[in-house]
Design a binder for this molecule. Structure first.
Ligand code: SF4
Ligand code: ZN
Length: 312
């Protein structure tokens, strides 16, 4: 997809286009492009029944472009509907040189939007931060992102509970969704493929719902949205990022998309149908209680407590 073109917008037929959506062939001007992303987000929310009128919504905001764009669009939507039950939650993983910049960006952005920002850290919640975990992990098979991802899911639940939210929105996009599907597929984890279906379920001790309003939007369109809206975002990359197979899948899928525009969207549709067929009820998903923390768990000890024990 290219963001450069001299064509006229195919929607309004007046303004010059700034974006070529190669999977649909459309040329869009700035206004029509921004509108298309906001419209798609609100359509996705309705399509998968992500929000009810009385919900208190927590948006997970990391300081990256996706999550700031999500908060911006949701705030706009809430303002339009006259709703105010919205809060931003931020998790500080404790990664020196990476997190500090994004925490400041997030604080300023939320203050500008007039949305409260609650910050919780791994150190406070689990007694250890990511830099410490990376030093004492037993070996590299325990990858940075698997430790971090497991802690983050729990931290987000705890942050949402602490602010009385019953729905948590995260900025996972179509690319993230495809990568997660493929990671589970390659690991032979059929059960988790079923968990990927975007319609939210209530789970856990406080009946939280997790929703992903960007699930049908390409990552690069969200980046372009954020650039066009002049949304600030952090420039630093996580120093532990490249340990993940996710990075390789991301490059692979983007390469395919370049030569076969629309292939990611086709894959998304196929994968969503497969996930739908495999999805299990929340009861079978987490049928046990963890014997250490007493939260819902698929086994006797949940993954957070397992990792915490190993890192002690
Ligand atoms: Fe955590 Fe991995 Fe993301 Fe870094 S790249 S913040 S280690 S999940
Ligand atoms: Zn536990």
């Amino acid at each position: 997809m290219s963001s450069q073109s001299v064509s006229v917008c195919n929607k309004c037929h007046t303004e010059p286009s700034v974006y070529h959506r190669s999977y649909s062939g459309e040329y869009l001007c700035k206004k029509c492009f921004l509108y298309s992303i906001e419209k798609k987000t609100s359509k996705t929310i309705s399509k998968f029944s992500m929000l009810n009128y009385n919900d208190r919504l927590a948006v997970g905001v990391s300081g990256g472009k996706d999550s700031l764009a999500l908060l911006y669009i949701i705030k706009k939507l809430f303002d339009k509907l006259g709703r105010s039950n919205l809060i931003a939650i931020t998790i500080d993983e404790g990664i020196e040189g990476y997190r500090n910049e994004s925490l400041q960006i997030t604080r300023d952005f939320c203050a500008n939007l007039k949305v409260e920002n609650k910050i919780l850290s791994y150190k406070d919640l689990f007694g250890i931060d990511m830099d410490e975990a990376m030093k004492i992990r037993p070996n590299e098979k325990m990858s940075s992102c698997s430790i971090c991802g497991t802690f983050r899911r729990r931290a987000i639940d705890m942050a949402a509970e602490s602010v009385g939210a019953n729905v948590v929105a995260t900025a996972h996009n179509l690319d993230d969704h495809l990568q997660t599907f493929m990671i589970n597929f390659l690991a032979g984890d059929i059960e988790r493929i079923g968990w990927n279906y975007p319609e939210p379920i209530q789970y856990g001790n406080s009946n939280l719902k997790k929703v992903k309003p960007f699930i049908e939007i390409y990552e690069q369109e969200i980046v372009f949205y954020a650039l066009q809206r002049k949304i600030p975002f952090q420039s630093e990359e996580c120093p532990y990022m490249n340990e993940s197979i996710r990075t390789e899948l991301r490059l692979f899928l983007n390469k395919l998309e370049k030569t076969h525009p629309g292939i990611k969207y086709n894959a998304y549709n196929s994968m969503t149908n497969i996930s739908k067929g495999l999805k299990s009820s929340p009861k079978t998903r987490n049928a046990n209680k963890c014997s250490i923390c007493e939260r819902d768990s698929s086994g006797n000890v949940c993954s957070v407590c397992k990792i915490s024990e190993i890192l002690k």
